[in-house]
Design a protein around this ligand. Structure first.
Ligand code: NHW
Ligand code: EN5
Length: 388
C-alpha cells in the first residue's frame, strides 16, 4: 500500500495497539560516518540546490513555486499563499541550517520545481526532550507529480538532518500516512462573512439571510479585557515562563526557551501577532494569545484574489477566561482586516470553539513523528504543538 513509507522508521498501521512496543526511538542513531556523504540520485533532468532564503531572488523563486503548487483544499478552490516574509521567519529560527532548505532545479533551465525544508526544534515527548527537525513545505511542481520525486526529497532532507546528528522529526499533513500521532480538525470563525460566502469558503446557513449572518458574526471594535496589549521585547521573560508552564501539561509540545519565544512569538507585521494581558494592578503578565498570518489564493473567482486568514498559534489563560481572551484575539484580527480566524482542536481550544461561533471545516490535519513511537495515538487535546 505505501511502497515508500513501509520502508521508513515510522509507526506502521500493523503496530497499532500492540502493547509490547515500547515508547521511544524506533531505530537507534547510527554513527555519523555511516551517513551517506553524497546526495541521493535524482532523475537525470534534475539537480539539487540549497536555497538561500536570505537571497531575495531565491526567496522569490521559492515563493512562486509554493504560490502556484502548494496545498489546496479538497475542491481546489483555495491554495495556501505563504508570504516571503513568512517563509523567512519560518525557515530561520535559532540554530537553523541552510543545508536543510532544499530545492530541485531543472538542469537545463535552472527552473525551481521542487522544495522541502527542515528546521531544528526541541520537542518534548512525555518526559523526554528530543532534538528534532520540523519538516515542512514539501512541494513538487504540478507538472511533475506522481513520479516518485517526493520520496527522494524526503530521503535527502533526512540525510542532511542526520548529518547534524538529529534522528527524529515532526511533521503534519492533510493526507493519511503511516501513522498519525493524532488527527486534528480545522475550525473556522467568520470575520468577514459576506466575502467568505462570495468566494465559496462558507455558505449561507439554512433560513439565514446575509444581513442576519453579518449580525451573527459581528464583533466589538475594541478588545474588552483591561490590560490587553501587544507583546513587546520586554515581555520575553514572563511570556516564556507562562508558556513553558502551560506547555508542560501536554504529552507532546515544544520545549521553548527565551530565544525560541523571541523568534516564534515576538510580533512581526503580517507574519505573527501576539497579545497579552498585563494586570492593571500588579503589572503581572497573566494571559497570552497569538496567531500567524497565512493568506490563501482564491482560485477562479473574478471578485477576489486572496483570503486573509489568521491561524491560532499558542494561547495561555491563567486569569482571564480563555473564551474572553480568544474573543479579544478575534476582535484584533477583525480590526486588522482578516477575513477568517482558523484554529485546530489542539490544547484547550475545544473550550472556546463553539462558544465563539467557530464551525468545523472540511479539512483534517494529521500529526506525525519520524523515528519515534508512541504506544497509542493522542487525543488532539493532549497535543501542545502547532506547526506552520
Ligand atoms: S504537508 C504538505 C505537503 N505538500 C503538498 O501537499 C503540496 C501539494 N502537493 C505536492 O506538492 C506539510 C505533491 O503532491 C507532494 C507529493 C510533494 C506532496 N507527506 O512524488 P510522489 C509538509 O510539507 C507520499 C509525506 O509520486 P507527488 C510535510 C505518498 O504517500 N509523504 O507524489 C512533509 C507516496 O508514498 P507511499 C507524502 O504527489 C513531510 C509518495 O509520497 C505526502 O508527486 C514529509 C508519492 O510520491 C506528504 N504530504 O508528491 C515527510 N504526500 O509510501 C518528512 C504524498 O504512500 C519525514 N506523500 O507510496 C521526516 C523526514 C526527516 C527525518 C529526520 C530524522
Ligand atoms: C502543513 N502545515 O483543506 C499543512 N483547509 O478546514 C498542510 N476549508 O479551509 C496540510 N473545500 O471548511 C493542510 N469552510 C491540510 C489542509 C488543507 C486546506 C484545507 C480546510 C480546513 C478549509 C474551508 C473551505 C472549504 C472549501 C471547499 C471550510 C467552511 C467554513 C465555515 C465557516 C462558518 C462556520 C462553519 C464553517
Amino acid at each position: 500500500r505505501h511502497r515508500f513509507w513501509e520502508t521508513q522508521p515510522v509507526r506502521q498501521f500493523k503496530d497499532l495497539g500492540n502493547p509490547s512496543l515500547i515508547e521511544g526511538p524506533i531505530d537507534p542513531p547510527t554513527s555519523l560516518s555511516e551517513v551517506k556523504k553524497e546526495p541521493y540520485n535524482l532523475p537525470a533532468p534534475y539537480e539539487w540546490t540549497t536555497c538561500d532564503i536570505d537571497d531575495d531572488a531565491t526567496c522569490t523563486e521559492v515563493y512562486k513555486l509554493l504560490t502556484e503548487n502548494y496545498v489546496e483544499d479538497d475542491e481546489n478552490m483555495f491554495r495556501f499563499n505563504y508570504s516571503k516574509e513568512f517563509l523567512r521567519w519560518a525557515l530561520r529560527p535559532p540554530g537553523y541550517f541552510k543545508s536543510w532548505h532544499i530545492g530541485v532545479r531543472v538542469k537545463a533551465s535552472k527552473k525551481l520545481v521542487a522544495f522541502i525544508t527542515g528546521v531544528p526544534a526541541r520537542i518534548r515527548v512525555r518526559r523526554d526532550v528530543v532534538r528534532m527537525a520540523e519538516v515542512n513545505f514539501l512541494c513538487v511542481h504540478k507538472k511533475l507529480r506522481s513520479k516518485r520525486l517526493a520520496p527522494v526529497l524526503i530521503k535527502e532532507v533526512t540525510r542532511r538532518i542526520h548529518l547534524e546528528d538529529i534522528w527524529q522529526a515532526a511533521y503534519t499533513a492533510g493526507v493519511v500516512l503511516p501513522t498519525p500521532l493524532t488527527t486534528c480538525q480545522y475550525w473556522h470563525r467568520s470575520l468577514n462573512p459576506k466575502k467568505l460566502i462570495d468566494v465559496g469558503f462558507s455558505r449561507l446557513g439554512a433560513r439565514m439571510t446575509m444581513s442576519r449572518t453579518i449580525r451573527l458574526f459581528k464583533l466589538p471594535s475594541l478588545p474588552t479585557t483591561p490590560g490587553f496589549r501587544r507583546m513587546e521585547l520586554r515581555d520575553l521573560r514572563p511570556v516564556t515562563r507562562l508558556l513553558r508552564e502551560y506547555l508542560s501539561h501536554f504529552a507532546v509540545a515544544p520545549d521553548f526557551d527565551e530565544m525560541d519565544v523571541e523568534h516564534w512569538l515576538l510580533p512581526r507585521d503580517e507574519v505573527v501577532d501576539s497579545y497579552l494581558v498585563e494586570s492593571p494592578e500588579t503589572h503581572e503578565i497573566t494571559d497570552f494569545c497569538s496567531f500567524y498570518t497565512l493568506p490563501s489564493s482564491v482560485l477562479n473567482n473574478s471578485n477576489y484574489s486572496t483570503l486573509k486568514a489568521a491561524y491560532s498559534y499558542y494561547n495561555v489563560a491563567t486569569k482571564t477566561p480563555l473564551v474572553q481572551l480568544m474573543n479579544d484575539a478575534l476582535i484584533v484580527a477583525k480590526q486588522k482586516e482578516y477575513d477568517v480566524f482558523n484554529a485546530l482542536d489542539v490544547m484547550e481550544n475545544e473550550s472556546f470553539l463553539k462558544e465563539l461561533k467557530f464551525g468545523p471545516g472540511d479539512g483534517m490535519l494529521h500529526y506525525y513523528l519520524y523515528n519515534y513511537r508512541l504506544r497509542n495515538p493522542l487525543k488532539p487535546s493532549q497535543l501542545g504543538l502547532v506547526l506552520l
